[in-house]
Design a protein. Sequence first.
Length: 666
Amino acid sequence: MTTTATRPLHLHTLDSLCADLIAGLSVGVGDDGSTFQLKSSMARGVLFWYTKNKTRWAANVQTTDVEAIVDAALALPASHHPAAHVSRPDSPRIFSLASIQAHQFAGLHHAGTTQAKPNDFAFNIESGVTLFEGYNGCGKTSLINSIIWALTGEVLRPQRPPESGSKDFDFEVDEVATHAAPPVVPLPDPTLESLTAQAIPVNTWVELVFEDQDKQRYRVRRSLRRVARNTLKEEVSGLDEMGLDPISTRVGTTIPGILPYVQVGSTSALGKAVSELTGMAPLVQLANHANKAKKKIDGDLTKIKRSELEGSDEAYIVTRSDLLDLIHQHTLAIDEEAVPLPSDDACLETKLDQLASELEMLKTSGLDHAKQVLGDTFDAQDERQRSDLMKSIAPALNAVGKLGTLPSIARLGGLTKLSDDEAAPVRDFIAAVRKEAEELVEIAAEPNKAARVRLYARVATWIREHPGLQDENSCAICGHSLIDVVDEITGLKIKDHINGAAKEGDYAGQTFTAWANHAIGQITTRLPVAIAAEVRRDLSASPTSLLRQAVVDELFLDTAFIGSLALLKQSVAEACDHSLASFPKFNFTASPELGGGRAELKTLNQLIYRVERALAYPAWRKHATLARNSFMSEVVGQEATAERETVPSSLMGLLQKLQAVVVVVN
């Protein structure tokens, strides 16, 4: 059975003393039962900061330290307190060490290699007295150190006081490379395995088993591992379950190691010696640092903060005046007394919170007017919708002003602005292609005649490639005279056949597929940029479809329109459809297909259809100018100028209404 009691100071370690004081517990400080307690939460907060920043105890007092201490005094310290520091057994207990087990502990093991580590050290202690005997360096001190480290986290080192076992020290290998390792880890042997890391891997643990007078066993384990960023992580378990006074683990372990380094010659020296033995000596450093910090707080820091406070008050007064002007300007139902003056009144923050709530309610009320534009679906009570609306309007207006950058508007602009000078060469070439197609169809109607024509076309091509053979009265192949020689199949003079093929080019001698591929290439290279981009896809049924696609679909994909402003899409779509219905029709009649719909000419016919359809867009634009201007003004909206106003029902007009609401609310 255990009971909660005040622990005397001499049974504390430094850590347990700080933990008890931070938790608000009392500490026994005299034989008469007197106690000491940090009753102030501010004092406990400051001590909590010091326990988290032990490296600052012996350092100079920095401004950052002082500010952090002030912040800590205003914050509540951690309330968690280990149970072992609160509960103590009713009657004394005697613990005997029953066994020791260690893994990769310096002096008990060699480091081995990555692939081969020595077996764990294990030793069971029998009843009675246990003696260890051995030569210097055989591991006697290391065995004691493993026990001390498991209990305290410290190790004994020759010619120096006990030190932490979880801090790296540097060592050299072959006077070339410097590496880091904690003192509880066996140093690696570079002759067995080269060291590749600056900080050697660590995986060390010691486990002790104690047995009390009732034969109940307690397992105490301390481990040390190298983790991320070469940090050493120490973990301990089992000590709290034993219910020991914190100082107990130091009495027979580290305190004997400190004795050679303390001197006793006077009362004050005796006190210092005791504080060093019990580990309380750093409290003197803490007290000195705290006293210096207090002086800095009372002096420079107070002056600085007072100056900052005066500056804040001045800025607050200016802001308060601006706020009151806005309240009067918009006749808001807020009394001037509701906007407090700067003061030290503890209720000031409460008053400001109340004012903020009132303003937020007015903001919500003001944003209710947005429903007139966005519809009842918009909920001004919804913070997410309010916030999105307020941040989206400016980007949305910017997007509407840059409508010309939308893909469909860019396509429509490129097609409708095509000039006659750009279109004429394309039309003329397509007409020539149609004529060639008619001649090829005529030739193909008579197979024998077609074969003869292809033959003469090839001969004409060969003659053209050999200029020295150009004699129209003689055969370039056999040299015979061609005067009045008639082809018995076609009924025409051979000389006329060859001369005609030379004038027409070699298309007459090509198959439909070869000729069509050649024609496609020739047409494509002659196309203006705007049309060249369109021949790879079908155009919309009407130019107005591109207008609708831009305004209703592409514009509302902008991030400004995907939140609260998405509610505008339906009304914009309805206005768009109503306006586009007044546009002149797109009159386009497709030309007859080449070759009567021959399969070999399908791709060519598709290309010509798309090109001729695109060439019809400029003519439509001339007839649609008035309708287009009306669409841009009434549906999209235009910035107001000296000559015109923004149509209120247009998209830009609706956004400007919402912007006006937001400006008033802000």
